[in-house]
Design a protein around this ligand. Structure first.
Ligand code: MTE
Ligand code: MOS
Length: 754
């Protein structure tokens, strides 16, 4: 038994291992939820009846014509719900709505022997609507005061005093886009009912316990009558934290009413039209600097586009407020937040969970103000870094702030930033049509759920008589490599070769009351719980070890222990100590620690089209002592590129006209929604893990890695601004739309806002 962060020698953690399912992924043998449906005899297929209005009352719904369609088995409507007709935890998301709240909202579902029968049946269901006015943009929502949920304020010092001390003050606004998750596996659920009416749902969900809760409340059952299993997900990215529940409930309701297994799997187009996305935001700000360019005061109002219901909008907004400071000390601070209600999909968690949105605001402020202050943006950012001893606006000390400087200096040195900038200046002077730009941006991201109660996890570790080990834990695998890390943690804790350890899929009847696998804390929480279970087993084996001597083999110890009637399995538990958060006052110490990172990006931009390339990116990122370096580097590269997609390519467009298509998502397929792909990978991408970075509060000295690297992508956006500036008169502030698509860059070169 050892301290949580103490790493034994030898240890399996820290070994560069491939993802535990890599072989299955690349050969197509990995089973996903819907693969199980394909192997299930007698399964029924579900198809939604989607409303063609952004906002309307359902005045009549007649399922009868659907039953004339060959192969239609059952139409599900609100009348069929035995429990609560709601798909969320806030009771503002009717599963079968009487009021349509977004274009594509499902008002009923049809079950068929084939998907085709269900689809034709859904088209046959007769629905009359009374259209109502729809709000589609945050700006419209602000004008009409259409808000939902809490309106938090975070405050420190006195902004009036701050602005009085500021010799330079600027103000501005920015409106920036959301993002489609575009996980490869769309939402999927498969429900079975047993002889006693108990429900078993296989679901592509990041939060099996909450899926279980919602299925239970829709069916009017107790939680012990519902089991949810998640084999793995083909990506979640936050989009499966809350959004799977309703689809799982539809499958479960169908199974309950027909006695047959029911499958819900959305097509790409359905998934994009029906499920929530990253929140776009609108922000207004006023900022004050002193003569040295040091931030004195920030005043801002952030309005997120929540879509039709609350979902996770409130915690996403809290995290935005907690990250608007990013890496910078701002003595006087007042930031207000609110959630707009619009007639769109209910926006939800997406990698970074509001953090990226908050940070976009301050990075935009610094990028725009640097020329106005006459200070190089690289220098302006560096100068405003937190130093040890300072605290965030919400009162959390910024521990290990020196890691920011260390990572920054390493990027500058190993990335030859000074030399390259000099070279870029020369090249730009010589080429009027193609300009290069380089920027460096930092990341500071708080790790833990803001909501303190979620920072707990459980695990179940079985040692069998033959010495083999099976672990279960509360986390889900969505490609991020959590299971790989958990195998490595168990092998390390028990001192076994990793081949002796196997991991079983996540199930609510194995480890109950779990938190979502989210907030990047999956490995921190579940890793500590796995280690706790292993430590308990080792403690029980200790007397046997002493009896058999130090050279005794594991298998002999285990066998002897079994015959001595020693319990060979254990349930582990972990809760993160020392956290507190007052969500009303927006103060506390909600995070166990901060993850840090720095990226330098170089781009080149074409004057005539605004088209650009990302030529080189250097990243230094802090993962503590890595549990699994290959996995972590994959997370850094993937997160970074997903951030580049959000900031530069991915462009969600809704029909905002007053025509009949008002509110329809116009970008509902890969043909119209541009995702980053291999061709958008920087030609030269160099990722290094920050050294000497042991995190003494987390399992084996590691740090969370899932979300923070996404925010390294600000370097690309700021590099684009730098390149655009090279086309413009010196000293001019460059405004850049987000996403900074080639079109937006083109307009910025022309001096417009894009
Ligand atoms: N990586 C892959 N490949 N697929 C994903 O869906 N989700 C991200 C991140 N990395 C995701 C991913 C998000 S939003 C989070 S919160 C974390 O993984 C969750 O997993 P962790 O807590 O185990 O890091
Ligand atoms: Mo991640 S957005 O916390 O699922």
């Amino acid at each position: 038994m050892s301290r949580l962060s103490e790493r034994p020698v030898p240890a399996d953690v820290g070994v560069a291992r491939p993802h535990e399912s890599a072989g299955l992924h690349v050969t197509g043998r990995a089973l996903y939820t819907d693969d199980v449906a394909a192997r299930t005899p007698g399964v029924l297929h579900a198809h939604p009846v989607c409303a063609p209005h952004a906002h309307a009352l359902v005045t009549r719904l007649d399922p009868k014509p659907a039953y004339d369609v060959d192969g239609v088995v059952r139409v599900l409507t609100a009348d069929d719900v035995p429990g609560v007709n709601d798909a969320g935890t806030k009771h503002d998301e009717p599963l079968f709505p009487g009021e349509v709240m977004f274009h594509g909202h499902a008002v009923a579902w049809v079950l068929g022997e084939t998907l085709e029968a269900a689809r034709i049946g859904a088209a046959a269901v007769e629905v009359d609507y009374e259209p109502l006015p729809a709000i589609l943009t945050v700006v419209e929502a602000i004008e009409q005061e259409s808000f939902q949920g809490a309106q938090p304020r975070m405050e420190r010092g006195d902004v009036a005093t701050g602005f009085a001390a500021a010799t330079h003050a600027f103000e501005g606004e920015i409106d920036f886009a959301g993002q489609e998750h575009f996980y490869l596996e769309t939402h999927a659920s498969l429900a079975h009912i047993d002889d006693d009416g108990q429900v078993f749902v296989q679901c592509s969900t990041q939060h099996p316990t909450e899926t279980q809760d919602i299925v239970a409340h829709v069916l009017g059952l107790a939680s012990h009558q519902v089991t949810v299993q998640c084999l793995r997900m083909g990506g979640g990215f936050g989009g499966k934290e809350m959004q799977p529940h309703g689809f799982a409930a539809v499958a479960a309701l169908g199974a309950r009413l027909t006695g047959r297994p029911v499958r819900v799997r959305l097509t790409r187009q359905q998934d994009m039209t029906m499920s929530g996305k990253r929140h776009g935001f609108h922000a207004t700000w006023r900022v004050g600097f002193d003569d040295d360019g040091l931030l004195q005061a920030l005043e801002a109002t952030l309005t997120s586009d929540g879509g039709w219901s609350l979902d996770l909008s409130e915690p996403v907004l809290s995290r935005a407020l907690c990250h608007i400071d990013n890496a910078y000390w701002i003595p006087h601070f007042r930031v207000d937040g609110r959630v707009a209600r619009t007639h769109k999909t209910s926006q939800t968690a997406f990698r970074g969970f509001g953090g990226p949105q908050g940070m976009l605001v301050i990075e935009d402020v610094l990028g725009r103000c640097a020329p106005l202050l006459g200070i190089d943006p690289v220098e302006l950012r560096r100068r405003n870094f937190y130093v040890e001893g300072q605290a965030t606006p919400y009162g959390q000390p910024v521990r290990h702030a020196e890691r920011l400087t260390r990572a920054w200096d390493q990027v500058v040195t190993t990335g030859d930033v000074v030399e390259r900038r000099a070279e870029i200046a020369l090249a730009n002077a010589a080429d009027p049509d193609r300009k290069r730009g380089l920027a460096i941006t930092p990341v500071k991201f708080g790790i833990s759920f803001n909501f303190t109660s979620f920072n707990q996890a459980g695990a179940l570790v079985h040692v069998y008589k033959d010495g083999s080990v099976l672990i279960n834990h509360g986390g889900t695998e969505m490609g991020q490599g959590l299971h790989t890390k958990m195998l490595q943690v168990a092998a390390t804790a028990l001192g076994l070769p990793i081949e002796r350890v196997r991991l079983a899929p996540t199930r609510t009847d194995k480890v109950p009351n779990t938190s979502a696998t989210a907030a990047s804390s999956g490995a921190d929480l579940n890793g500590a719980a796995v280690k706790d279970a292993c430590d308990q087993i080792l403690a029980r084996l200790l007397p046997v070890r002493e009896q058999l001597g130090p050279t005794a083999m594991w298998d002999d110890v285990v066998r002897t222990a079994y015959f001595d009637r020693i319990q060979l399995w254990a349930a582990g538990f972990y809760k993160t100590e020392g956290l507190f958060w007052d969500g009303r006052a927006m103060r506390g110490e909600p995070f166990k620690y901060f993850a840090y990172g720095v990226a330098a990006a170089e781009v080149s931009v074409d004057r005539f089209t605004g088209a650009y390339e990302v030529d080189r990116v250097d990243i230094v990122h802090d993962v503590g002592d890595s549990l699994s370096p290959l996995v972590d580097i994959g997370q850094i590269e993937g997160g970074f590129l997903q951030g580049v997609g959000w900031l530069t390519l991915e462009d969600l467009r809704w029909d905002t006209s007053d025509g009949p298509g008002r509110g329809r998502l116009a970008t509902q397929a890969a043909s119209t929604y541009k995702l980053p792909s291999l061709s958008e990978m920087p030609a030269d991408l160099r990722v290094a893990l920050l050294e000497r970075a042991t995190e003494d509060g987390a399992v084996y000295g590691s740090k969370a890695v899932g979300e923070p690297p996404l925010m390294l992508a600000f370097a690309v956006r700021e590099a684009l601004r730098d390149a655009v500036a090279a086309f413009r008169p010196a000293g001019e502030s460059v405004e850049l739309a987000s996403p900074a698509t080639p079109e937006a860059v083109f307009w910025a070169i022309r001096g417009g806002r894009g």
